[in-house]
Design a protein around this ligand. Structure first.
Ligand code: PAP
Length: 324
């Protein structure tokens, strides 16, 4: 009789074989699973995460659209939640670890053979545990939806997201043959890692409206415009608002500076090495600006994306700033 692990591997392989598949420009392939496209290097982790993760009420999940501010929001959330444990700015973990290491993505955590060992490791993490994910809301494990854990979500205007994604893909895969126009075509059809991005954003958007204590919906552009306000907002949402004393002692400014683009980009820890075995840390820090897309988009591309956004987002109340 097959072992449990063997049976599981067999079932997963058969599931993968049955899923629609497309070529991807970062991972080898994208698989269509539960209406979203998952990179081949994540799909097994996504399935395991969905099946096995047990959320605790105190957990915080940083959920994001790829290339929309994940690295930044993970750093901010970690720093906000742990400000009493690591009050000194000289020995803060963010100075010696990349934020993806401190707030690991659940779909990578679960990309393992021995799930039981992983589950016991996870149950021993100091609370509140903070995890990342790119998994869309409808596909999150039941325990996340049903527990009291909180979700902080960020997305970004699709113009800048596409540019960031395309450049990241070129750097990580010099053999990438897709032009930015072709990348845009695929993006508009929804064929992009963890896409369709519209559905990703709308899933969390609707949940944040229906359940504002569960999901905090943020946009990259808004954080760039008024980071002080949003650091306070995240802290309030996570039930750990800043005290007046903290405010007057400059705790908020310290967190903002520690997590700023310039500070993080210039740390030794973020200049070399990889995260998730595959992605160079330095490529997570490029320009960190709103509106860089104007240097890459032709008039035809602007028209294509504007029309698609109008079609997909109209009536939802969700819109984006595309310039600083
Ligand atoms: P991921 O989803 O693969 O983890 P993510 O961090 O969401 O990537 O996106 C990277 C973008 O965030 C880059 O944008 P750009 O290509 O337009 O420059 C990166 O520069 C930007 N970024 C990274 N860290 C910060 C930060 N601390 N503050 C502001 N933007 C940042």
């Amino acid at each position: 009789m097959a072992s449990t692990e063997g049976l599981q591997a067999y079932e997963e392989e058969n599931l993968l074989l049955s899923l629609p598949k497309e070529k991807d420009w970062i991972a080898q392939h994208l698989y269509l699973f539960q209406d979203f496209w998952y990179p081949s290097n994540f799909i097994e982790g996504v399935i395991n995460f969905q099946k096995h993760f047990q959320a605790k009420d105190s957990d915080v999940i940083v959920a994001t659209v790829p290339k929309s501010g994940t690295t930044w929001l993970k750093a901010l959330t970690f720093a906000i939640l742990n400000r009493q444990r690591f009050s000194s700015s000289h020995n803060h973990p963010l100075l010696t670890s990349n934020s993806h290491e401190l707030v690991p993505p659940l779909e990578l955590i679960f990309h393992v053979d021995n799930i039981q060992d992983k589950l016991s490791d996870l149950s021993n993490i100091t609370e509140p545990r903070v995890f990342g994910t790119h998994v869309p809301f409808p596909s999150l494990p039941k325990s996340i939806k049903e527990s009291n854990c909180k979700i902080v979500y960020i997305c970004r205007n699709p113009f800048d997201t596409i540019v960031s994604l395309w450049i990241f893909a070129n750097k990580n895969n010099p053999l990438n043959e897709l032009t930015i126009e072709e990348t845009l075509e695929k993006y508009c059809k929804g064929i992009v890692g963890f896409g369709p991005t519209w559905e990703h954003m709308l899933g969390y958007w609707k949940e944040s409206i229906a359940n504002p204590n569960k999901v905090l919906f943020l946009k990259y552009e808004e954080l760039k415009e008024d980071i002080n306000f949003y650091v306070k907002r995240v802290a309030e949402f996570l039930d750990c608002p800043f005290t007046e004393e903290e405010e007057s002692n400059g705790v908020i400014e310290n967190i903002i500076n520690l997590c700023s683009f310039e500070k993080m980009k210039n740390l030794e820890v973020n200049k070399s090495g990889t995260v998730g075995r595959k992605y160079e840390k330095k490529y997570f820090f490029r320009k960190g600006e709103v509106g860089d897309w104007v240097n890459y988009f032709s008039p035809a591309m602007i028209e294509k994306l504007s029309k698609t956004m109008e079609e997909k987002l109209s009536g939802s109340g969700l819109s984006f700033k595309t310039s600083p």
